[in-house]
Design a protein around this ligand. Sequence first.
Ligand SMILES: [Zn+2]
Ligand SMILES: [Zn+2]
Length: 319
Amino acid sequence: MKTAARMDDKARSAARAAAAKARPAPPGSPVPAPTRLKFWGVRGSIPTPGPTTVHYGGNTSCVEVRADGQIIVLDAGTGLRLLGQQLVAEFDAQPLDLTLLLTHTHWDHIQGLPFFLPVYEPQNQLRILGFEGARHGLEVVLAGQMESPFFPIGLREVPANVRIEELKQMRFRIGPVRVQAYSTYHPGKCFGYRLFTSDGSLAFFPDNELHQPDGSENRKLIDFLHGTDVLIMDTQFDTEEYQQHTGWGHGCLDDVVALALRAEVMKLFMFHHDPNHDDAKISQMLAHARRLVTARKGKLQIEAAREGVTVELGAAVRV
Ligand SMILES: [Zn+2]
Ligand SMILES: [Zn+2]
């Protein structure tokens, strides 16, 4: 891991300069930093490096949220590796206090964890929150992927203080940030989260299939999401593909747009892009989604999540 921990000086200073702008204001500072999120991994199922996925990115599920003095990481897909490099460059030897909130333990949501540099620094604290992994406890599942012969360093051997806390309640707090959980329709156990910050709320549903339109389950979800500023949701399939994948636990774009309109969401980010979708296909799906909103005279803004993009919450949602 020593090699992985090295970062060339140029990359380090560039990362530090970028981070200086985005760093949360220290407690008591007159102008608190606005809540912001950054996409580090937007792909579903498996990483997809290569020339046809450069625009939206090929890393799997990982979103960083900075809100009310907290650094909250949503999912630990392969995008987590890049976030780890950024955090180490930005904070240098200062201790980091991080919360990782997991939706579920499918590979594409946990595989970045063994390559997350902050866990190899003894001054850092990482609190991992998630519901029980299907069939096994959360700790067993997370430690399992780092056991020999899968990985050379065990999760319990890393120098940082890593605490794994299995969630039991559907409502909890991460510092001042209020969180509500929602059990999604996806194989095994999987949860979506809505985070309420002082600048508004965001909801993260990376793996979810909607039930039949107008069903009572969808009404429950519409209530749960009502008025969300930023919704990040699984839109893996277009309508044609969805016909072949009904019941797989992933979203159909048209259904998600309809849901976001009914829930009066301000901004929707299409997420968990299918590994077989190249940049052109995702851009086509985005254009289609925007046409749906125009046809219904809706105000919903839509983007396709893209690695490296930062979004600020506030009076207006800015990208
Ligand atoms: Zn997934
Ligand atoms: Zn999954």
